[in-house]
Write a protein that binds this ligand. Structure first.
Ligand code: NAD
Length: 305
């Protein structure tokens, strides 16, 4: 009785042809795994094949029902794929693209979930050749500081934003399909220029990660670090939460977005210098003014969210 409408809905969903027949995921971690789970929950994919670096992680992914199969080899896996998702640490992308390029089917769409966009566009242009038009650069703005298949969950992307950064050659039909998949995962989709994307995320994501790593690194470097850390409160914990993120992933993001991040760091250092100058000058009024302006900007931002 109570399950009736749900069962009807499930029946209708089961009868519908899935959006994606075969999905191949390179890197079945937090992002790749959550994408698979979200699409499975929506019955939007018929078969998910995982390709990975760690056999143990792939076995976990299969046991958790994230993937249906572990690929015997990457070339065979992509041959009849409808969609290939790259969700590996950024430094791995070039090698994966070079490896799969000769084996992609004529209709296969390749997309990615990477945190930077200019770099992957250049790599895809270089390695995919004539198939570059079916490469859809995308970045889901959702995540946690956890990694690996066991961190994946279907609701990760719900009510978050996906940014796609297609270029002149990108096939609009391929963009449409990739956007439809992420919408089914719960995301709203926006288009942006890749350079604008990289500058924006240098400021609002990559810089904060560097700051969090630096803050923990500084405090942990003192001789009495154990005592210091034993007395931390919510402030230190909250500001450094993202220093729990994968060092490999963040190394790659920093290097991949080097120019924009260097500019963001220069601007941050200038802001620090300003605050330091006010403190050195004992200018409490100006210090309070800058803190109040930042607090108000933060309140306005959270209100708009
Ligand atoms: P993760 O560490 O959870 O997963 C990455 C997976 O890739 C791991 O399982 C690893 O074994 C596998 N892998 C590494 N090298 C490989 C290779 N050569 N071939 C196949 N598999 C390989 O990381 P994640 O958080 O899922 O991040 C994946 C991508 O998503 C990154 O490019 C990152 O920039 C992007 N991203 C991450 C977040 C986030 O908050 N975590 C948010 C948005 C985008």
């Amino acid at each position: 009785m109570k399950k009736k409408s749900g069962a009807r809905k499930g029946g209708a969903q089961a009868a519908r042809k899935p959006l994606i027949g075969k999905l191949v995921i390179f890197g079945v971690g937090l992002i790749g795994g959550s994408f698979a789970l979200a699409l499975k929950e929506q019955r939007a994919v018929a078969r998910v094949v995982g390709v990975g670096r760690s056999r143990a992680n792939l076995l976990t992914a299969r046991r958790l029902g994230i993937i249906d199969e572990i690929a015997a080899d990457a070339a065979t896996a992509v041959r009849d794929a409808d969609v290939v998702l790259l969700a590996v640490p950024l430094a791995q992308n070039a090698a994966v693209l070079a490896q799969i390029a000769p084996h992609l089917g004529p209709q296969t769409i390749v997309t990615d979930a990477g945190s930077t966009k200019l770099d992957i566009i250049a790599q895809a242009r270089r390695y995919l050749g004539a198939q570059f038009g079916r490469f859809v650069p995308a970045h889901p703005i959702a995540g946690t500081e956890k990694s690996g298949a066991k961190a994946a969950f279907a609701a990760l992307f719900r009510d978050h934003e996906l940014i796609v950064t297609p270029v002149r050659e990108t096939d609009p039909q391929a963009v449409k399909k990739v956007a439809a998949a992420w919408r089914l995962a719960g995301m709203r989709v926006n288009k942006m220029d890749a350079a604008a994307h990289d500058r924006m995320f240098a400021l609002v994501s990559h810089l904060p990660h560097v700051v969090a790593y630096a803050l923990v690194g500084q405090v942990a470097g003192y001789k009495d670090a154990q005592t210091l850390l034993a007395h931390t409160g919510g402030g230190f914990r909250d500001t450094t939460r993202i220093a729990g993120s994968s060092p490999e992933m963040w190394r790659d993001i920093c290097l991949s977005n080097r120019d924009a991040l260097l500019q963001a760091l220069d601007d941050y250092l200038a802001e620090f210098e300003r605050l330091r100058g006010l403190l050195a000058a004992n200018d409490g009024a100006a210090l309070e003014q800058r803190f109040a302006a930042a607090r108000d900007a933060r309140a306005r931002w959270l209100k708009r969210k």
